[in-house]
Design a protein around this ligand. Structure first.
Ligand code: SF4
Ligand code: SF4
Length: 180
């Protein structure tokens, strides 16, 4: 079920109905009641689509523009596509990326010996993805990061690697979006 983008138009000035509050409270109650009775009817007749997503058994198919937590793109040999240039680290407004670069004999010359992202500080802004010249760091569709402690929120290179296949939809979206 792809997500729907809703554009909210805000009026600059409140009308009489907004200033009186009460009419809008009744509008709100009407909307809530409409959803309640529609879902209740769906339940009675067994129409599953009228319900909200039964998370975690069901997962939402987020739109391609959705930004989950950033991950690293892996090459076919399992190594990161990243060349440790540090641009994402520099662009990150919360300083949650830490890269330790190292030289390599391979054609790409540099690679990240360590690449950590502290997800407890990441705000999913996507600036690292925009800054990367190699399409090596990409916003995934994953948002499930809840833990009881902070330590597991520090993700290392091995935790961040994903194949291009897994990130295909986001990579296609990026190419289209950033080409504009
Ligand atoms: S999404 Fe934003 S905050 Fe998170 S690592 Fe990337 S640049 Fe930093
Ligand atoms: S910007 Fe891209 S290539 Fe450069 S260090 Fe970050 S992930 Fe690696």
């Amino acid at each position: 079920m792809p997500g729907k983008v809703v554009r909210v138009r805000r009026r600059e000035r409140l009308g009489l109905a907004q200033r009186l509050y009460l009419p809008n409270i009744f509008v709100g109650l009407y909307v809530t009641a409409r959803h309640f009775f529609r879902n209740l009817w769906g339940y009675i007749v067994g129409r599953k689509r009228t319900f909200v997503v039964q998370y975690p058994e069901e997962q939402v198919d987020y739109p391609d523009a959705f930004r989950g937590h950033p991950v690293l793109v892996a090459l076919e040999n399992g190594e990161p596509k990243c060349v440790a240039c540090g641009l994402c680290e520099f662009a990150c407004p919360t300083d949650c990326i830490t890269i330790i670069p190292e030289e390599t004999d391979a054609a790409i010359e540099r690679y990240p010996r360590e690449f950590d992202i502290d997800m407890s500080r990441c705000m999913f802004c996507g600036l690292c993805e925009e800054a990367c010249p190699e399409e090596a760091i990409v916003m995934s569709r994953s948002v499930e990061l809840a833990t009881y402690e902070r330590e597991p929120m520090l993700l290392h290179k091995k935790d961040l690697l994903r194949t291009e296949e897994q990130l295909g939809r986001r990579i296609d979206y990026m190419r289209e979006e950033y080409a504009r």
